[in-house]
Each structure stands twice: as C-alpha cells, then as structure tokens.
Write a protein that binds this ligand. Sequence first.
Ligand code: TXA
Ligand code: MG
Length: 359
Amino acid sequence: MAKLLEPTISNIQLACDHLNNNGVVVFPTETVYGIGASAFSQQGIDEIYRIKCRPSNNPLIMHVESFVMAKQYWDLNEIESSIIDKLSIFMPGPLTILAKRNKKIPICFENELIGIRVPDDKTARNLIHKLNKPIFAPSANKSGFVTSTTSEHVINYFKFENDLIILNSDKPSKYGIESTIIKIQDNNVSIVRPGYILKEDIEAILGFDIQYSPITSQSEHPGSSIDHYKIRAKTKMFNFVINDPNEFSDVYFQQYTTKYLAESLIIDFNSKNKHLIDLFLGYVDLSQDGDPKEALYNLYNVLHTINSHREVKNVLIFDSYSNKDGYFKAIFDRFYRCAQGQYLVIPIPQQLFQCQESA
Ligand code: TXA
Ligand code: MG
C-alpha cells in the first residue's frame, strides 16, 4: 500500500531519501497534487509514467525552488529573456513557462522546450529545497482522468502502489486548478493551458496582447488532448433553447426530454437552473453566487464526488462559460475536455426558459 505521511521535517527527509533512491513521491502544491521524481533519476521518471499510465510522448514539468534556478535551464535570446524576466513576478506561483531548453537539464525529453514551474506551497518548497535538485512532476491522477486536489483523491487513484509516498495536506489545494502554461518560442508568447493566472494578468505585465493556442492542438502538446479529465458517467456540456413547437411538440418535451433530464445530474453555475431542480436526477452548483474563482476551486472536487456515485450515469454541465474571458476560460477548457467536446442544445418550453433567463 502507498504510505500517507504528514509533511513533518523528518518525513520530508524520508521523502527526499526515497527520491534519491529512484522513488516517487506525491506532494501537494497550491494548484493540484503532483507526482514527482528527482530530475536526476531516469528510473523514478519511468515509474511516474508506469504509475499514471501516461503516454511516453507526454513530457513532464520541472519544479524548481526559485526563478533564478528556473532561468538556468532555458536557452533564451535577449527578447525572450526580457519577457521571462517580466513574468518572474508570477513566480513562485501557478504559472509554468515553456521555453527552449539548454543542456543543463539532467534528464531530457525529446521536446525542444522545457516547462518549468516554481510552486508556492510550503510542503512542495520544503521538499525541493531539502532535495536540492529539481523535481519532474505531472498532476497526481491516472492519465486522462480528473486531477487531484486532496490527498483523498490521490489515495483513490494510487493506494495500491507499494513504493509510493504521499505527503499529506490537511487542506485542499489552494487554487484547485493546474498552473497556467505559457509558451515562449521564437519571440512569440501564447497560452497553451488556461489556469489560475489570467491572460489579462500576463498581458498587463508584458504590455502586449497574447493568444491562446487552439484547444485541440495535440501534436505539440500531447497533454492538451480533448480526451482528458474523464469521469465514469457519460458527460456532455449543454445549454437550453426555447422550444420551437413546429419542431418539437410539448408532448415530446414531456415524454423524452423530461425522461432524459430525470436520468441526468446537472452541474450548474450561479443558480441558473435551480428553479428546474425537480426535473433532474441530481443537482450541484459550482458557485451559487456566480463567482468563477469559487467555481474553479470546486470544479475537480465536484467531479471526484460525482465519480464516487456509481448510480449517476449521465452528467450534464450547464454552459455558462463559453466565449467569456477571465477565469471562465479555464472552467470551459476543463469541462469541454471532461465532456470530450460533446455539446447538447436542449429545447424547453418557453415558460421554463423564461424562468431560466430571469434566474
Ligand atoms: O499545476 C501544475 O502545472 C501541476 C502541478 C503538479 O505542478 N502539474 C501539471 O502537470 O499539471 P501535467 O503533466 O499534468 O500537465 C502539464 C502539461 C501537459 O499537458 C504536458 O503535455 C504539457 O504540460 N507539457 C509539459 N512539458 C511540455 C513540453 N516540454 N512541451 C510541450 N508541452 C509540455
Ligand atoms: Mg495533468
């Protein structure tokens, strides 16, 4: 069985010894839990891929102690270097920077770029400091499934791993969503994964506009697959439209739509569909007051909780997020992948829709 340890000084030492002996350690960060190996241990890194069932072409982020350390591992021209210096304001913090790697990186993946992050969590920082080496760590979940924000989530995935140490945290991860990943290549800057640090925040610091990479680009960023954050139930995003009686009669709604909704759990936002609660099998709201930060914080926990209810076969995620900026981008990104890109438009009678509009 995996060992769950409190992050005391002696247990951090134990975890470091394990990493130095090619072992793997799960640790909390301010974003999500990571599953890490020493950047000097090919065997430890191979173990991460085995434990996670991660495709071997999907590279890992390197975690270091400080921005100064991070900068030692990139090969930057003057312009890129000045861009990265400006971004150091977010380090430590929930930002990963992808840029051209240099030869100092202990173990290299085939990619030309290396993603580096400086976590801002006491246990993560103590671990890296004590180890005195970078740690390669992806998120601590089985590949393709929902990310872990509590040690309980981690235990559910990995309890049967014999040689695994899990450093506990008594609280869920502070932000509850992975770091924003920004790519700097050939003087261009783009966001590869939306996260807690917003495009707007980055633009304000850089003084120019940047773009998002397309949501499905898989070849360069294997982890950006649409097939990610899966849960057990069939999951779709959805929205309601006013039913056109020429297309679907109210009888259709009574017979078919209500039956489908009665078999579906709804993930709502801002109480938009609360007045329809009796129509659904189950109902959960990511943020009743419509606070997107709260929604981000709750997102993975809600998906884990739904997963623990085996009787839930259909999940419908109400789309309050598409075509919006700010934190909505990261919420849409995770839900769109959780639904594997499937989206339903459900016609409902006008009187129900009007209620929804005014809710
Ligand atoms: O908040 C986070 O970033 C967490 C914590 C543990 O630090 N880590 C995390 O790692 O989310 P992971 O592996 O689950 O997601 C990293 C993403 C993957 O989609 C991977 O494909 C991409 O970053 N990535 C990492 N290194 C890359 C590289 N050199 N080139 C292109 N994409 C890269
Ligand atoms: Mg991940």
